[in-house]
Design a protein around this ligand. Sequence first.
Ligand code: HDE
Length: 756
Amino acid sequence: MTTRRTSKKPSKGQTSKTVAKAKALQNVERLDGKLDPRNNDAKIDDLQKNTEDSAGEFLTTNQGVRINDNQNSLKAGERGATLLEDFILREKITHFDHERIPERVVHARGSAAHGYFQVYESMSDFTKAGFLQDPSLKTPVFVRFSTVAGSRGSSDLARDVRGFAVKFYTQQGNFDIVGNNMPVFFIQDAMKFPDLVHAVKPEPHNEIPQAASAHDTFWDFISLMPESMHMIMWVMSDRAIPRSLRMMEGFGVHTFRLINERGKSRFVKFHWKPLLGLHSVVWDEAQKISGKDPDFHRRDLWEAIENGDFPEWEFGVQIVEEKDEHKFSFDLLDPTKIIPEEIVPVRRIGKLTLNRNPDNFFAETEQVAFHVGNIVPGIDFTNDPLMQGRLFSYTDTQLIRLGGPNFHEIPINRPVAPVHNNQRDGFMRQTVNHGQTSYEPNSLRGGCPFQAGVDMGGFQSFAERIDAQKIRARSASFFDHFSQATLFYNSQSEPEKQHIIRALRFELGKVETPPIRERMLALLAQVDKGLANSVAEGLGAKVPKKLDKPLNMSFPAGVDPRKFQPKRLPQEIDSSPALSMVNNPNFPKDSIKTRKVAVLLADGFDAAAVDQMNKVLLTAGAMPKTVAPRLGLVTGSNGVQLKADFSFLTASSVLFDAVFVPGGDTSVAALVAEKDSGEFISEAYKHCKAIAGSGAGVGLLATSLAGDFTESDEAGTGVTIDKGVVTSRDGSIKDIAKAFVAAIALHRHWERETGP
Ligand code: HDE
């Protein structure tokens, strides 16, 4: 990894004044060729100009005056009143008073990283987008992941959609895919977005609950909006509680256009496929992680990148010819619908790699401004009415959040492509524009900056024919609200279905107004009767036979509601394995890379077993971590000493993917005396994680799991594997480790669950 983080220090003979001047000049309007955009580090070089490193430097005011006393304010006498004259105190306090900016109205909680994108082969048949032409070109990217509903300081593990926003700093300008980890959305029209967000955010009278959809206003709104039912299936599924940001898919959601050099347009859906596979935690675990480590996802992303385990996703496209626009059972412009992968395959055309953590959270992750409207030649919009509203919203929100129209000049936002135009002034303007003119056409500056012909990379919108009446309405092709919700539900494995049922029981169980629950049950019955009945049973309620209001209450005043009610259409397929995490054919389950394995031990542990197990786990790319009754050094059977990474106080099973208990009589006896060890093991079992024990360690498993697994080969030397519990009292540790790795690779052993 090439990182250049250190700021340029004044060289000998250079005064801080000349450095400051040089820095200031860098902010003078940038000219073509100053940055080499073919360089993968182009954005890093660009950011370099604004990085600051105070190592070895004097403390100064913002005016560059060196400070002698940073401990005391200026006073009239030692005990006297503080003087208004104290410019150092005033500056320090004033800056502090203004440190906060408004958090994002949605997606406030986020984590980000730098990286690059490379296309596998030229996509010139489909698009003229420069970054999709040349496989040797590395395009710098900045990617921000987020939850939607919670505030900036909320837990990473909320049940929620995850934002997946990618900014490509291409040579033709910035291109943003501002997507989510779910391919559909709650609503079809931007008009409903403020309502949706008001409904899911904490309730306005008491600001409760934080980062949660399990409350009355959210389900009140949803129960009146059947178009949300497909998205509800996704949000109630395990997709909403990812194991890691590195292990989730991403989707552009809307249908976009690809435009090639000849001006031919095709429809496209964008996908991100994680190379580490698709994994989730379970809801009980998610809630516990929220307490034990609310930064779980942020930490996981940060640590992976620091360890050199760079997260990777393949970029996928589903391409649909213009002539096929109307051949599907759904409307391509409807953001509550997917194009099932079984109908139009996802072609993987390139790879995204995240290889550098931000230097400063606020400057980069907080100030980055994504916009679905940031596109480059070769890409274009469609008339998806949700996307059309977004095209307005993103610039508008940055104006208040980042404080004015010059947010594109903030280092993380400025393109590596040169920027020249006649826009001027405004709060916090950084660019020092040369010259007399700030208008076009002009003769005083030879017409510069001048327009680019299409052959010179000038952006030209796709000339879509539109011949229509101005009307506030929704297309009849948008009204099949349930078929794809049913498709999603039908495509899940049995354990995944049970998780959806349990999620709905949890969420609706927190709803205090009975009619809201009833309306929801009626909607769920439209998706799947079995699902509705199971949820109803958990709520101690019944699915209503008839409703006193129409299913869809979202229609204009004074019109016949029947026109707006959902209609089922015949579907192309009944089931799509790509929608299931368990049965998904796109992600083979043979890797345990970056998985965290807790090794529970105390003084006297079987050192040979731990050594061998660790070797196998590390070779497979996993991360074994020792958990002991206390921190410090732990001494093994042969006198070897290991550092305890965690104590039972600082660790918890929910922060690991698997557990290993090695033998060693005194070690196991000490663990038995440590009552948290039993909870650690039984909780890992409850959350269906792989567990292994060797030698006397098997005894601890047997006590902690009280009959939950069989140890059929007690006396023998073979390895027993039962529901992901791998044990052997006398067998070779190599065999145990091999079986353990295979058990971890399966991610979770759902067969342990006993239904809702
Ligand atoms: Fe956003 N959305 N959104 N959204 N969205 C924002 O922009 C909005 C939608 C998404 O990491 C805001 O800079 C409207 C769909 C992500 O900084 C705001 C509508 C999808 C992020 C906004 C939608 C998204 C945002 C808040 C319906 C998936 C975080 C702060 C018409 C395709 C970007 C900001 C980041 C952020 C508006 C719907 C994804 C207010 C009006 C659908 C990933 O502009």
